[in-house]
Design a protein. Structure first.
Length: 371
């Protein structure tokens, strides 16, 4: 009997309806997408497009822009047209900006109909306009802006309160025959957030946008998001993700992509397998790993590069990788596909690894292997 196959994913994906956010499908069997949000004034078209270009380069699939003023609404048409990735307009309270965003050709709108219900027929009109243009809408329930009625009923933003709010918001559109919806129920506490999404996942078939809101500065926010998204994605829940960090948006994208790659939900690109170093290390592993990472940044092929500090685990790991180094005695043994191809002095390790990585990458590209 052979060894059991190593599972490549943790769970089957929850069955959700598929919606189309511009060129990016969300839900169903589509690839889980990574989103971020610009931090520029949307009315500053140049700065916003510049940031969107940076996000696109970092691998962002969908970008959201805030639309709090008429000037922002006026900028949407140019931004939606020039952006390489679908643009979602983020709107609170103002139905007129929702119509402006739909007219501007935004790929989707984030708006909570509960916010605009007081404008009576506006929800119906939005449903009609969105239906006609096939513009999906994200309903985004946040712990911090939970409906007063539900806060009173539940005392605080519990998972049940978040889910009830989301389903009620969705029903306001459903009444008008509109169902091109995706939903988020964000909370800053990963435990509440995970429970809310689990309940929501069981209660509807809308695609779900995962987010831990106000997750904090990069270090804390990365961990909170990774833990919460990891729990949900490992159960097959989640169709698009946004990591919220008090850091530049491209950082959010890097973290989001890494979370998906870690769970085999997105093909891995460059992966550096480096040891944590210990008392046996015969080389500065941190520096070496950093230099190799920097030298290979932007590589699009699924290359696994091992950087090991000594000869204990070094050769083993280096052999498992496409390329690797095991250091010792001021030298580095360079491995390619399990074979030692040369031994170089420590000062030449980085450049040799980069040189060999380029050769392998060129071969992979020639063979059509890209991630
Ligand atoms: Fe320590 Fe060597 Fe393992 Fe690195 S590879 S952690 S230096 S034993």
């Amino acid at each position: 009997l052979g060894m059991p196959a190593v599972p490549t994913k943790l769970a089957d994906r929850r069955v959700s309806r598929k919606i189309q956010v511009g060129k990016v499908a969300v839900g169903g069997d589509s690839q889980i997408s990574v989103q971020s949000m610009t931090t520029t004034r949307t009315s500053d078209i140049g700065a916003t497009l510049q940031q969107i270009a940076e996000l696109t380069a970092s691998g962002c699939d969908i970008v959201r822009v805030a639309c709090p003023t008429q000037d922002d609404a006026d900028a949407l048409a140019v931004i939606a047209k020039k952006s390489q990735i679908p643009v979602i307009a983020d709107i609170h309270f103002q139905p007129k900006y929702v119509f402006a965003a739909i007219d501007a050709g935004c790929a989707a709108v984030r708006v909570n109909p509960g916010n605009i219900k007081q404008f009576d027929d506006k929800v119906k009109e939005i449903a009609k306009a969105a239906n006609e243009t096939r513009t999906p809408i994200r309903i985004g329930v946040n712990a911090g802006s939970l409906d007063a009625r539900l806060l009173k009923k539940y005392g605080k933003a519990t998972p049940e309160a978040l889910v009830e709010s989301a389903l009620w918001e969705a029903s306001l559109f459903e009444e008008h025959g509109f169902g091109d919806i995706k939903i988020s129920v964000k909370h800053n506490d990963p435990v509440v957030m995970v429970n809310a999404y689990r309940q929501l996942a069981a209660a509807c078939d809308y695609p779900l946008h995962l987010g831990v809101t106000e997750a904090g500065p990069a270090f804390q926010g990365t961990i909170k998001s990774a833990v919460a998204f990891g729990a949900l994605l490992s159960e097959g829940i989640g169709d698009t993700i946004r990591v919220s960090l008090s850091a530049p948006p491209a950082e959010e994208v890097k973290v989001g992509i890494q979370i998906l790659e870690s769970l085999n939900l997105k093909p891995r690109r460059l992966e550096i397998v480096s040891c944590p170093s210990c008392g046996r290390a015969q080389v500065d592993v941190y520096k070496l790993a950093e230099e190799v990472t920097a030298g290979l940044e932007g590589m699009e092929v699924p290359l696994r590069v091992a950087v090991m500090g000594c000869v204990v685990n070094g050769p083993g790991e280096a052999r498992e990788a496409d390329l690797g180094v095991a250091s010792g005695n001021g030298k580095g043994q360079i491995f390619v596909k399990g074979e030692v191809i040369k031994t170089v002095p420590e000062s030449k390790i980085v450049e040799t690894l980069i040189e060999e990585a380029m050769k392998i990458a060129a071969q992979m590209e020639a063979d059509g292997i890209t991630s």
